[in-house]
Write a protein that binds this ligand. Structure first.
Ligand code: B1M
Length: 212
């Protein structure tokens, strides 16, 4: 089994064709999908973030790496399907207002869908009003919010307040996550749970709904 170095380098460079070929190669040479994701794609994006922080790369390069990762994730999607037929519950998911980061949110959505949840994706920059409007429309079991910027985290609190104002808060569970988000912050804004990554988002969702 080869290591994932070439894949990591291709994602950092934003070389889509090499990265997708390396993803296929990794699958074909016996790496499991979770390792490719964690030790390849996510590791590469962490390095991209580091380089951005140090001023070694800029937004266009970061965007190119993001696009590359998203293309690679398509090849992994089939491996995260549990094949459930009955829905485990309805989930509205979105990246909160002011925030355009969607890779982590898409990953959470993909894993949850794979685990049998029915997902309603509001995309990025989703305002509290959008969450409330969708919740009124589809009566979800869970409202799931993602934020990658410390400056957009307050929008999670505002969304919870908007759910309260619309008399929806006691009818839904709220899950939050994203790199700057913490368990402590979840308690502070009275979310029902915090999940640090896409895998635990699935187990936490099942836990708060009391299902296996
Ligand atoms: Co931006 N960015 N970015 N960025 N970006 C970060 C987040 C940053 C940490 C980079 C850095 O400085 N080191 C920094 C934020 C600092 C902070 O506030 N704490 C930052 C900044 C500053 C910015 C801009 C302000 C830059 C600028 O314009 N000057 C700008 C803001 C734009 C905006 O949103 N309004 C910006 C823009 C962008 C791009 C558009 C270029 C691009 C995003 C493209 C896209 O998403 N389509 C981008 C990228 C790619 C990144 C980094 C490099 C990678 C993010 C990523 O996709 N990671 C990021 C650095 C980093 O994170 N290392 C950075 C991979 C992804 C799988 O991980 O999203 O964390 P993540 O998801 C994880 C968990 O967090 C969790 O599960 C996933 C793993 O399984 N999770 C959840 C996520 N959501 C969840 C929800 C849940 C549960 C778990 O329940 C509901």
């Amino acid at each position: 089994m080869s290591d994932l170095k070439a894949l990591i380098e291709a994602v950092i460079k934003g070389d889509i064709s090499t990265a997708t070929a390396e993803t296929q190669h990794a699958v074909g040479t016996g790496h499991n999908a979770q390792d490719i994701l964690d030790k390849g794609l996510i590791a590469a994006m962490d390095e991209v973030g580091e380089r951005f922080s140090k001023g070694q790369i800029f937004v266009p390069q970061m965007l190119r790496s993001a696009k590359t990762m998203q293309e690679c994730m398509k090849a992994l999607e089939p491996f995260f399907q549990e094949g459930s037929i009955t829905s485990k519950g309805k989930v509205i998911i979105g990246t909160v207002k002011g925030d355009l980061h969607d890779i982590g949110k898409n990953l959470v959505s993909m894993m949850m869908e794979g685990a049998g949840f029915t997902m309603f994706d509001l995309g990025v920059d989703a305002s509290p009003e959008r969450f409330v409007q969708k919740a009124q429309e589809i009566e979800p079991d869970i409202v799931a919010m993602s934020a990658l910027l410390s400056t957009t985290m307050p929008s999670m609190r505002l969304t919870i307040e908007a759910l309260k104002e619309a008399s929806l808060r006691d009818k839904v569970k709220v899950m939050i996550g994203g790199a700057p988000v913490t368990e402590k912050y979840a308690r502070e804004i009275e979310a029902d749970c915090y999940a640090p990554d896409a895998g635990s988002a699935v187990s936490k969702a099942k836990e708060i709904l009391g299902i296996s």
